[in-house]
Design a protein around this ligand. Structure first.
Ligand SMILES: [Zn+2]
Length: 292
């Protein structure tokens, strides 16, 4: 690593931080690092720039360059200070001769730009874009308080998943895949009713989901009993259902098989969806914008 850019920055009166220096030389906005010159300008005929830089590369004045749209990156590492200065000034003169126009890094318009630090990144942007960004940055994000209704939302959401479970079972498919839907809707419901993400949320939703899976499978089984023995009273049907689950081998096997697969799907859904909750809420980097 060489510190040419520090010397260059001082020589041209540029501002700088640890890794970059920036400023305008003969009205051309430029920023430099210890190995690259960055320009965000456009000339009438971009082929002229490519030609100029190719020649400079052939002559060994620069290492390499990269032109994409209005952004120009020119690598000049391992050049002496005087070599770099000579190239830098000749390129600036070339840009002026070819009536360069600065380009705003945000709106991509050919307008005057100034350097700004946006989320720690150095960019050349116009005043209008800077104003917009500044407004966004100054707006305090609305922090909604946690609503305990979220816990009810989770139960309602899980219930939707439970209904899906019962319906799939009714149609004769493996209801257990709805275990995924139960977790998914539980979390949706929790969010919808204003629950905030806390570590506890993850465990709460898992408990709700597991209870819903068990309930859904009980209801599915009950519906079969009701269908088979429609003349019995409700409490008798319930009693027979539990008798079957506990004592009738085939019913017991089906019941626990479905339950086990369902919980597997629940765990699968829970793993993906809830991991972020367990890891903690996402911390958004606040938008910081300033002219530099
Ligand atoms: Zn702009």
């Amino acid at each position: 690593m060489n510190d040419n850019f520090v010397t260059l920055a001082n020589y041209y009166g540029f501002k700088r931080n640890a890794s970059r220096a920036w400023g305008k030389y003969k009205e051309v906005p430029v920023s430099i690092s210890d190995e690259t010159l960055f320009f965000q300008v456009i000339v009438e005929n971009s082929a002229d720039v490519a030609g100029f830089l190719s020649t400079a590369k052939e002559n060994g004045q620069i290492d390499d360059f990269d032109l994409s749209g209005f952004s120009m990156k020119i690598r000049y590492q391992n050049r002496s200070l005087s070599e770099t200065k000579e190239f830098f000034e000749s390129f600036i003169d070339f840009l002026i001769l070819h009536q360069f126009r600065p380009v705003c890094g945000m709106c991509k318009q050919m307008v005057d730009t100034e350097a700004a630090m946006v989320k720690g990144e150095l960019v050349e942007i116009c005043d209008e874009c800077f104003g917009k960004l500044k407004e966004m940055a100054d707006k305090k994000p609305e922090v909604k308080p946690h609503s305990p209704m979220g816990y009810i939302g989770a139960i309602l959401g899980a219930a939707i998943g439970g209904v899906i479970w019962v319906l799939i079972g009714k149609l004769g498919f493996i209801a257990a895949i709805a275990g995924f839907a139960i977790v998914y809707f539980a979390l949706k419901g929790y969010n919808l009713f204003g629950g905030k993400h806390k570590r506890f949320t993850a465990f709460y939703i898992i408990v709700v989901a597991v209870l819903t899976v068990i309930s859904a499978e009980l209801i599915s089984t009950f519906l079969i009993v009701q269908q088979e023995l429609p003349n019995l009273r409700f409490n008798e049907q319930i009693k027979i259902m539990f008798d079957f689950i506990l004592n009738e081998e085939t019913v017991r096997f089906e019941f626990f098989k479905e339950l086990a697969i369902g919980l597997l799907f629940t765990a699968f859904g829970a793993w993906k969806i809830l991991r972020t909750l367990i890891d903690g809420p996402e911390i958004e980097i606040p938008l910081q914008v300033e002219r530099v």
